[in-house]
Design a protein around this ligand. Structure first.
Ligand code: DAH
Length: 344
């Protein structure tokens, strides 16, 4: 019987060590030490032993019970420790250095557009929008480009084959933001004071300053008392605010079918006093086309030119952004190279 009891201890230890949960452990305890457990089953035979052996067996049985219990307690502790470790593994060690998330940045074109919009808004201009797929009528006819006018050739145009619009007019990708002059006046009536930022498209030979996609800002101010002096003053104020230094404006005669008279605008180089690479040592930088809105354009917008007049201007936002941020190649704007975008 002593051997049997020792065997039980051996079996119990083996089984206890294999237990992975507290429930399994409880089950094992019951199977060895419970009322119907294997130890009790053996001890049932004690009564048949000679008297002098009984005390011996009783002592051994108690010892084995205690040993089994100790093993059970140890294993229980092991199981609990393991469970705690598993929980702790999921926790974050707050003392570890963090992982830096990739930081987004505003695109330099959006950045300059926001600045331009803010300055003009503070001067009372509203911001208008227009379609990028435009009709031949609004892109050209309404702006006083006669059908066979050579100025149409200067706007190397992407035509959209089909569909034509409901008036049977050809559709195209707008070559400039000027069509929104007429759309704006038709929709909002005069007096009107608006800027129109937007994407335009031209079938251009591409180089460091020309792309098939370009951004423009158009300006329009129509009222009863507007002259070219207002145009000069507003433009000077805009550039002075943008470059945060006093800017001078220079106007040269120009030609656009939709303005009369037309001018080309230069502004004093904000980067030098006596000439530099940016202004090509001329101290002035070319920026915009402008002029007094042609009476035929006002008529397209159902505005009486005898009652209202005003100015319009347009310039390339890409060009301004390149000047402002000292960017050498227009290509960078659309390449989406994160190393370029991160600089702003
Ligand atoms: N639309 C012209 C262009 O794309 C720019 C321009 C010139 C706009 C004179 C104007 C303007 O409003 O008055 O070349």
């Amino acid at each position: 019987m002593q051997n049997q009891i020792q065997d039980i201890l051996k079996q119990a230890i083996e089984k206890i060590n294999k237990c992975n949960t507290e429930a399994e452990l409880l089950e094992t305890e019951k199977s060895f030490l419970g009322k119907k457990g294997s130890l009790n089953e053996i001890l049932k035979g004690v009564k048949d032993l000679p008297k002098e052996d009984r005390a011996e067996i009783g002592k051994l049985a108690n010892q084995v019970k205690q040993d089994i219990n100790t093993h059970i307690q140890n294993q229980k502790q092991n199981i609990q420790d393991k469970a705690l470790d598993a929980i702790l593994e999921q926790w974050h060690d707050v003392t570890l250095p963090g992982i830096k998330p990739q930081k987004g940045a505003v695109h330099p074109l959006s950045l300059i557009q926001e600045k331009v919009e803010e300055i003009f808004q503070k001067m009372g201009f509203m911001i208008l929008d227009g379609p990028e797929v435009e009709s031949d009528y609004f892109n050209f006819d309404a702006l006083n480009f006669k059908k066979d006018h050579p100025a149409r050739d200067m706007h190397d145009t992407y035509f959209v084959g089909e569909p034509q619009n409901k008036d049977g007019d050809k559709l195209l990708l707008r070559t400039h933001t000027s069509p929104v002059q007429v759309r704006g006046m038709l929709q909002h009536k005069v007096p009107i004071k608006a800027i129109i930022p937007g994407r335009c498209f031209r079938y251009e030979d591409q180089d460091a300053t020309h792309e098939h996609t370009l951004f423009q800002i158009e300006g329009l101010y129509i009222d009863k008392n507007i002259s070219i002096a207002n145009l000069k003053g507003i433009f000077q104020e805009f550039l002075t605010k943008l470059f945060e230094k006093k800017i001078e404006i220079q106007m040269r005669p120009g030609y656009f079918p939709f303005t009369e008279p037309s001018v080309e605008f230069d502004f004093s180089c904000p980067f030098c006093k006596d000439g530099c690479r940016v202004c090509k040592y001329t101290k002035f930088i070319e920026l915009a086309g402008a002029g007094m809105v042609h009476p035929n354009v006002l008529k397209s917008a159902k505005v009486d030119p005898n009652e209202y007049q005003g100015f319009a201007f347009g310039f390339g936002l890409d060009r301004l952004a390149m000047l402002y941020h000292n960017i050498q190649n227009i290509k960078h704007f659309r390449e989406n190279d994160i190393r370029f975008l991160k600089q702003f």
